[in-house]
Design a protein around this ligand. Structure first.
Ligand SMILES: [Zn+2]
Ligand SMILES: [Zn+2]
Length: 339
């Protein structure tokens, strides 16, 4: 089969590999849509993502839907031809985090298309991929394969929103209007946020947020941009930019919460004293747990709308172009690869 492997920074190559065999409890999938994530862009741009440094070339792709085309022994409830979306989390199930229900914090987590585990798990930028049947969710009526491939980032957004104390009736600032920021906007709207603002340096992202229901947008590069804002109960940092976090901390109300979901640099200065004297709750949010089925049901029920999030689609032959486009941030929210 054909697969794209990441060899290093800006070096992603189409390679030939043997088609994987589904083991017990596994299915063989032909991926149909793969979303390019901010983390994929980090891998593509630098050859690594934060602390996750690849030890060998591997296939990216963890936001994916596909069609089942083979099954190993002991698979129930799925058939060849089913259209499914895959939850990419494969926690160990036995460490203390797994046992306490916080399996996103599993020390031995296996995740599709990630170098966070060793051996790395190849992702969906390939003609075929094997997946545990338990991770495959049949698409409910009315959800397309392309929309289904947005479930993983939607779950990241929902998990981040769950970290904040209270969204109903709250004023919310989202720093960063990329896919996660835009999805957080839709989730907090669904959860009853009173007013929502989105800040981004990119005009397209700001206009997109306004169209998607933001009450206000802020260009942090504009002088006095924050003057007319009177602060927020909850801030989501979804840009990964240190100055955006600083703005978020500055704009948080006393006693407010600031949720960090963007991939930030390892170290940088922050206005730390603000956290103390405003008694801010600074919270991290990593991947997600216990939310995939709910997110899928909420989309199917029309409570969360994914329309328009995919702004560019590339063919399987154009994976390097898709990466480049996502990296360029040129008039895009989510880039997908269609196979
Ligand atoms: Zn992702
Ligand atoms: Zn575990």
């Amino acid at each position: 089969m054909k697969t794209y492997l990441l060899y290093g920074a800006k070096d992603i190559r189409l390679d030939e590999k043997s088609t994987p065999e589904p083991g017990a409890g596994q299915v063989l999938l032909a991926p149909k849509f793969t979303g390019i994530c901010g983390s994929d862009v980090h891998y593509y741009q630098h050859g690594y993502c934060g602390r996750f440094v690849p030890k060998r070339p591997f296939a990216l792709g963890h936001e994916f839907s596909g069609v089942i085309c083979g099954m190993g022994p002991d698979v129930q409830g799925l058939s060849v031809g089913d259209e499914v979306v895959v939850d990419p989390s494969m926690p160990c199930g036995s460490c203390r985090h797994c046992r306490s229900g916080q399996y996103n914090l599993c020390q031995a987590m296996k995740y599709f298309g990630s170098a966070s585990c060793d051996p790395h798990i190849d992702g969906s930028l390939a003609q075929y991929v094997t997946a545990p049947a338990a991770n495959c969710h049949i698409l409910p009526a009315g959800i397309s394969l392309s929309q289904a491939a947005l479930l993983e980032p939607l779950c990241v957004a929902m998990h981040a929103v769950r970290q904040a104390k209270e969204i109903a009736g709250a004023s919310v600032l989202i720093t960063g209007g990329g896919p996660i920021g835009q999805l957080i906007l839709r989730v907090v709207r669904a959860f009853g946020a009173l007013k929502v603002a989105v800040s981004d340096v990119d005009e397209f992202a700001r206009a997109f947020a306004l169209k998607s229901g933001a009450d206000a947008v802020i260009n942090p590069l504009e002088e006095g941009a924050w003057k007319s804002c009177d602060g927020y109960d909850v801030v989501f940092e979804a840009s990964g930019v240190p100055s955006a976090l600083a703005n978020g901390l500055e704009m948080a109300h006393r006693g407010g919460s600031v949720v960090l979901v963007g991939t930030l640099p390892e170290t940088f200065p922050i206005p730390g004293n603000l956290i103390m004297n405003r008694q801010l709750q600074v919270l991290g949010s990593f991947r997600f747990a216990n939310v995939f089925e709910k997110a899928l049901a909420m989309v199917a029920a029309g409570i969360i709308n994914l329309d328009g999030i995919v702004t560019a689609t590339y063919g399987f032959a154009e994976v390097p172009q898709a990466m480049q486009r996502a990296l360029s941030k040129d008039r895009v929210i989510k880039v997908q690869v269609a196979s």
